[in-house]
Design a protein around this ligand. Structure first.
Ligand SMILES: Nc1ncnc2c1ncn2[C@@H]1O[C@H](COP(=O)(O)OP(=O)(O)O)[C@@H](O)[C@H]1O
Ligand SMILES: [Mg+2]
Length: 263
């Protein structure tokens, strides 16, 4: 049973390449550094969050795909893997998950599957972070039906606004139709580079925006190649180069998220 105190947070943005996966991995690690018990659930068939914490599901091994496809055939607890970092756990993804959308097309309650299986998690996590694919697929809907909070990485680049509009429309629709409890915890500016005017401009625009401004985290995630490097070698940046900007920014974000509390 999940205690009420577990914060279940979807990291979402319908645009790709904005830093969703990297945020899941590194915010997860930073929360662990702050003494929290953290479960990452990788709901993206690309499985980059899985790889980012040093995992790979071999053919024949179970992944989130099996839980979604045949929820009654498996125990969710059996899918929770420990990582090499104490306090950080993972339910891994696999490319097969890409087929779930089609395979479940005629199944009643298909958007409810993740929530149902996660009800049976027996460990009491402080945070559950969910990585999502860059599209409004059945997988993203499953995540938004289960989650209580959405954290939105927003790239400080042109067109960032268009993606935010789409995401907020989606959240509104989910609120109306299936999960009235879903709230946006915050928007975090990513790929921030103070030397470029565009980064500054987008950040200022977000801050001044009536809807987005109050949701904007003070913490920004700077562009930092160590982040990309650490993801490549399958380690959160905090456990790879603890002195890097990336490590510092995600630690700051974790503290701000803790202080902010659930919306
Ligand atoms: N702050 C950052 N600085 C440098 N590279 C980053 C940063 N955040 C993400 N990346 C890199 O950019 C790419 C896209 O990030 P990712 O988290 O995979 O985006 P998404 O999950 O939204 O598609 C990845 O190669 C990742 O390593
Ligand atoms: Mg991703």
């Amino acid at each position: 049973m999940n205690a009420n105190t577990t914060r279940v947070i979807a990291v979402a943005n319908e645009k790709g390449g904005v830093g969703k996966t990297v945020t899941v991995i590194n915010l997860g690690a930073a929360l662990v550094r702050e003494g929290k018990q953290v479960l990452i659930i990788d709901m993206d068939p690309q499985a980059n969050a899985t790889k980012g914490v040093g995992f790979e599901v071999e053919d024949g091994q179970l992944s989130i795909y099996d839980l979604i496809k045949e929820p009654d055939a498996h125990q969710v607890d059996d899918l929770v893997a420990s990582t090499q970092w104490e306090g950080l756990y993972l339910i891994p993804s696999h490319v097969d998950l890409a087929g779930a959308e089609i395979e479940l097309v005629d199944v009643e309650g298909r958007e409810n599957r993740l929530r149902k299986v996660c009800k049976n998690l027996s460990k009491n996590f402080d945070y559950i972070l969910l990585d999502t694919p860059p599209s409004l697929s059945l997988l993203t809907v499953n995540v938004m039906v289960y989650a209580r909070e959405v954290l939105v990485p927003c790239q400080t680049q042109p067109y960032a606004y268009a993606a935010l509009e789409e995401l907020f429309d989606t959240i509104e629709a989910i609120n109306e139709e299936i999960n009235p409890n879903l709230r946006v915890t915050g928007i975090v500016a990513t790929f921030f580079d103070k030397r470029t005017r565009i980064s500054q401009n987008i950040f200022e625009k977000l801050k001044d925006n009536e809807k987005y401004g109050p949701l904007l985290f003070d913490t920004v995630i700077r562009t930092n190649t160590t982040i990309a490097e650490s993801a490549e070698v399958g380690k959160p940046v905090l456990f790879y180069r603890s002195g890097s900007y990336g490590a510092k920014d995600y630690l700051k974000l974790a503290r701000e998220l803790i202080d902010k509390g659930a919306p």
